[in-house]
Ligand binder design. Structure first.
Ligand SMILES: [Ca+2]
Length: 341
């Protein structure tokens, strides 16, 4: 993937060797993914749904967040999100129809988050994000919450326990105040104080910030209360026990597999086949419209104060006079296994 994205260079013997080595490394990691059929012990699992992200161009099973109703969704190419309101003029970040997510031809979905120096709002340079969901607003329906019916792929452990996994490389998730997440969310029923039917479950969140401990931090969470802050979450960082690096180095260039084993009684979080956290209470046992999301997001101080502004401070993927790419992630696959009866 590197060779196709690198700027044009005159080929020397050294460059050819480095390119060949990079391709060998890539072949090795992709080969590993085909053999990677690990599932949690104690049960027999069958593959229920998958996206291996083969090919090039647009994804077929994922939808950018462009609006909360079908008309707005169809009319939009980009939309402001979350933190500062929903209008294009006030948001800190945007989900775009194209440009920040693509299939790279090497079996990966690429996500990036960029700062556009040619456009700005009251917060500074405009940020556009990768914010993909496995569901989308299909049509107006007054019998549904917020008057919209969602379609797409939804997940629930009600009929049988699930194991949901994602293999991702996050060494280029590095810009201050940016974070990658693979998570579950009900767009219309989250934070209704009822964990059974509506909630946010963060299978993996990887924040990057100026403070040292954030560089290798990751979190798992189950949020169901209004505002989300009072729900259960756990961060693994240099100060936690176990330390984050005892489990996984999210800053290395390897792919790592994050998975959630989910029954109506329990949620177990795994990384590379190691159990690192278990939720026992307030499990979403019969969720409605709960979809999967793959996102790169940005907000100054979203996790802790004084993180720096990834648009102007700290490491980045690339930077020129027009655009700064703050972070990038490579997703090898998303798979859902169902417990065999
Ligand atoms: Ca793949």
């Amino acid at each position: 993937m590197w060779s196709s994205l690198a700027p044009e260079v005159s080929f020397s013997q050294t460059a050819s060797v480095e390119t060949a080595q990079a391709e060998n490394d890539q072949a090795k990691t992709n080969e590993k993914s085909e053999d990677d059929q690990w599932t949690p012990p104690g049960s027999v699992w069958e593959l229920d749904w998958q996206d291996e992200f083969e090919g090039t161009g647009e994804v077929e099973k994922w939808y950018p967040m462009l609006g909360y109703n079908s008309e707005a969704y169809k009319a939009s190419t980009e939309k402001g999100l979350r933190w500062s309101g929903k209008t294009e003029d006030s948001a800190w970040m945007y989900s775009s129809q194209t440009g920040n997510h693509w299939l790279d031809g090497d079996g990966n979905l690429v996500l990036r988050i960029v700062s556009d120096k040619t456009k700005s709002n009251e917060h500074g340079d405009k940020v556009s994000a990768a914010y993909l969901m496995s569901g989308y607003p299909q049509k107006w329906d007054k019998s549904e919450p917020n008057g919209v019916k969602w379609a797409g792929k939804f997940v629930s452990p009600k009929e049988a326990p699930l194991y949901i996994s994602c293999r991702v490389r996050t060494d280029q998730v590095q810009g201050y105040s940016t974070w990658f997440a693979f998570w579950l969310f009900s767009q219309t029923r989250a934070y209704n104080d009822n964990p059974a039917d509506g909630t946010e479950v963060d299978i993996i969140e990887i924040p990057k910030g100026e403070k040292n401990y954030l560089k290798t931090a990751f979190t798992a969470a189950n949020h169901w209360k209004q505002g989300g802050g009072g729900s259960e979450s756990k961060q693994f960082n240099a100060l936690s026990e176990p330390k984050s690096l005892d489990l996984v180095d999210v800053s290395d260039s390897d792919y790592h597999t994050y998975g959630l084993e989910w029954s109506t009684e329990q949620m177990k979080c795994y990384v590379d086949g190691k159990l690192y956290y278990t939720f026992d209470d307030n499990i979403p046992s019969d969720p409605v419209d709960m979809m999967m999301l793959l996102t790169l997001e940005f907000k100054i101080n979203a996790w802790d104060p004084n993180q720096g502004d990834g648009r102007v401070d700290g490491p980045c993927v690339s930077d020129d006079e027009k655009m700064r790419e703050m972070s990038r992630a490579y997703v090898d696959y998303v798979r859902i296994y169902r417990k065999k009866k």
